[in-house]
Every structure is written in C-alpha cells, then in structure tokens.
Design a protein around this ligand. Structure first.
Ligand code: G3P
Ligand code: CA
Length: 375
C-alpha cells in the first residue's frame, strides 16, 4: 500500500537521521585523540625500534626515541624482589642466555628471578643470531631494562620526549602490579593530575596528558588500572581467542591443518558482530579511551592475527567515541590498508618506516642514530 510505504519510508528516514545524528555527536577521532593528549595518527614503537635492535633493550628504545616515535611500548612484569621491568615473554629462553647462566632454571618464569639475576643476562646476542643482516657486535650483552631505566630513556633526549605505552602483561601473575605501576609513575612525576591538562592542539606527547597510555588484554587489569589511575588514557587490547573475543569457530590450530599460525589466525573472526561490539562497549564502560585490535598481515609471520580492523569495526568503535590503535604492523602495504580502514595509530617494530609513511621522516637514518648512541 502506497500510504503504508510512505509512512514506513518516513519512519526509516527519521531513524536513519537519528542514528547519523548520534554518530555525529561523538567527536571526530582526531579531536578525541587531541583531547586525550595523544598524537593522531600515533606511532607506537613496539618493544622499541625492535626490527633494528633487540626488543625491549636500551638500543631499541633509544633508537625509537631518537627517530621521533610518539610512544615507547613495553610489556610490564615484576621481578621476584618486586622491581618492575620490561619483557614480552613469560620466560627468558627466546631473548636471553638464561639456558647458559641458569641452566636448571631456564624454563622458569622471568618473575622467578631477582632483578640482580635478570641483570646478569645477555638480552642482545639472540638478535644477532636470529637476524645476522641487522646484527651489531655492540648488541651482545645488552641488559633487560627496569621501568625506571625506560623512563630515563624517554626523558633522555631534550629534542624529543616520547610517551610510554605500558602493557600489564599476564597481570594475573602479578597481583597488585597496577598499584605498583601507579606508585612508580607518581614517584617519577609521570602522572599528570586529573583534569589539569586538556590538550587544545596537537600535543607534545612526552609532556601532556597522553604521556602515558595503559594497555591490557585483561578485563580485570583494565578495571584495576582505571581504579588506580582514572585520569590516564587506557586501551583495551583485542584479539580473537580464549579469554578475549569469542571466535566463530572453536577449531584449534592443531586441528585446523593450516600450515602456520598466521594462516590459521587469518581465518579467525569474532563469533558474530554483537560479540565484537560487546568488547568495545565493555572498553567504553570501563573508561578506556580506545581499543587495540589485532590485524592480519599481508606477509603473515608470527605477529599476524585475526583481522579486527575491518572498516565496520573501526566505525563502530569511533561511533562509541573510542580510538583504534592497531598492532603490530611493519609494511607500507599494511600501513596503507589499516589507515584506509580508519585506525588512529599503529604499533610497529619499524618506527622509522611508519614515520616515513606518515610523512614525518626522521632527520637521521637508523644506522646514524644507532652509531650516535654507541651501537
Ligand atoms: O601490546 C599490544 C601489542 O604489543 C601486541 O601484543 O603480544 O606483542 O604484547 P604483544
Ligand atoms: Ca605489548
């Protein structure tokens, strides 16, 4: 019936207009980032400039800083004697000579070692072996770093002070680490008092309200971080799998018959649209300013996961007033793809390449910075 059609059409137009008005009521992502003191788009140096130097070491962090990265990313753990330090893996085998120095404890978690013990380990030689084309003799003997030392590095170049992008790694292993982190940031003057600084323009990241960003995959840690440091921007990390977004298929990698994990992960997706949206809604409800989703990489590799940056996903996240910082991307083809999909910043092992892509190239080469820093 024409009349009914007209009524329905009218109702539909009204609903659409209402939906658009609601979406439009959220600030543009760039404005949102600036309000939080976060550069847009953001260059997040994943474990430092870890393509060119051993991850989470002084070589990698000073390189990322001096190239001009916005943030030094780190995975936070706590030693047996209570010192906060940076390490990605749960154990020390992949990135240190623990098997030689502590053969009987080589499979123990890193947190079973005191800081003095951790400091005896060589966290650089593995890189020279794994990547001979990028090896440097000076990498041999590099140390695991404490959070204090990474703060020193972040503050160490008067020309450019990057912020810190800190992940509570496996936080259930470290009860109270959110409180310890707050205490350390406060002691070092890295906690900006609540409400004291709302950025009006593109922020100088190492000085403004976005100088620290906190990130976690764990809902319980996000809640504790929000309780301890409500004024500090937080990101809920997203991936598809146990403890995070429920997958559409429960088939394991072993059962899948896929040749490598990247191929397996590339076929993973959230159970349905609502499941993805629930996680974004949760992040917002807990006070996060954004999400940190995974991406499927063109070249595959061990940092290629489910594609959680489809344009509809980013649109939904933006419509909730949240930012999207995607991990971990190193190739221009993928930088282009995720930027077109609408992300607001990228975790990268190759800060130099991402800075070039964003037309903010470093004034000096990777090689020159490494040489300047004694590597
Ligand atoms: O922190 C997010 C990003 O670093 C990806 O996770 O496993 O490298 O810490 P991961
Ligand atoms: Ca991390």
């Amino acid at each position: 019936m024409p009349v009914t059609f007209t009524k329905n059409a009218l109702l539909l137009s009204l609903l659409l207009a209402l939906g658009q008005a609601q979406a439009a009521s959220e600030p543009a992502p760039s404005a949102l980032a600036i309000r939080s003191g976060i550069p847009h788009p953001a260059v997040i140096a994943h474990r430092g400039a870890s393509f060119d130097a051993p991850e989470s070491t002084a070589a990698a962090y000073t390189l990322a800083r001096d190239l001009g990265a916005d943030y030094l990313e780190l995975d936070l753990q706590r030693s047996k004697d209570g010192v906060l330090f940076a390490l990605h893996d749960n154990t020390l085998q992949r990135t240190t000579d623990v098997a030689r120095k502590f053969p009987e404890r080589k499979d123990s978690p890193a947190n079973a070692f005191t800081m003095a013990e951790l400091k005896t380990l060589d966290a650089g030689t593995w890189f020279n072996t794994a990547y001979p084309d990028r090896a440097r003799p000076s990498y041999a003997g590099l140390n695991i770093l404490t959070l204090d030392e990474i703060i020193d590095i972040a503050q160490g170049n008067p020309q450019h002070q990057p912020g810190l992008y800190i992940e509570t790694k496996e936080p259930k292993q470290f009860p109270g680490i959110e409180h310890d982190l707050k205490a350390k940031l406060q002691e070092r003057g890295w906690l900006i008092p609540a409400g004291s600084a709302v950025a009006k323009s593109e922020p100088a990241v190492g000085q403004g309200p976005g100088k620290v960003v906190l990130q976690t995959f764990e809902k319980s840690s996000l809640e504790l971080l929000q309780k301890e440091m409500p004024q500090v921007p937080k990101i809920l990390l997203l991936w598809v799998g146990e403890g995070n977004i429920e997958p559409v298929s429960k088939v394991t990698f072993a059962e899948s018959g896929e040749k490598d994990k990247a191929a397996y992960y590339a076929k993973q997706a959230p159970k349905d649209k609502a499941e993805f949206q629930r996680w974004v809604d949760y992040a917002k409800a807990q006070g996060a300013i954004g999400t940190g989703p995974s991406a499927a990489l063109t070249q595959g590799g061990d940092q290629s996961y489910a594609d959680l940056v489809h344009p509809w996903m980013n649109r939904y996240t933006h419509d909730q007033g949240l930012l999207v910082h995607v991990y971990t991307i190193d190739d221009a083809v993928d930088y282009q793809k995720v930027m077109e999909a609408g992300v607001d910043g990228i975790f990268t092992n190759r800060a130099s390449e991402l800075l070039k892509f964003y037309k903010r190239p470093a004034a000096v080469s990777v090689d020159q910075v490494l040489k300047n820093n004694g590597y």
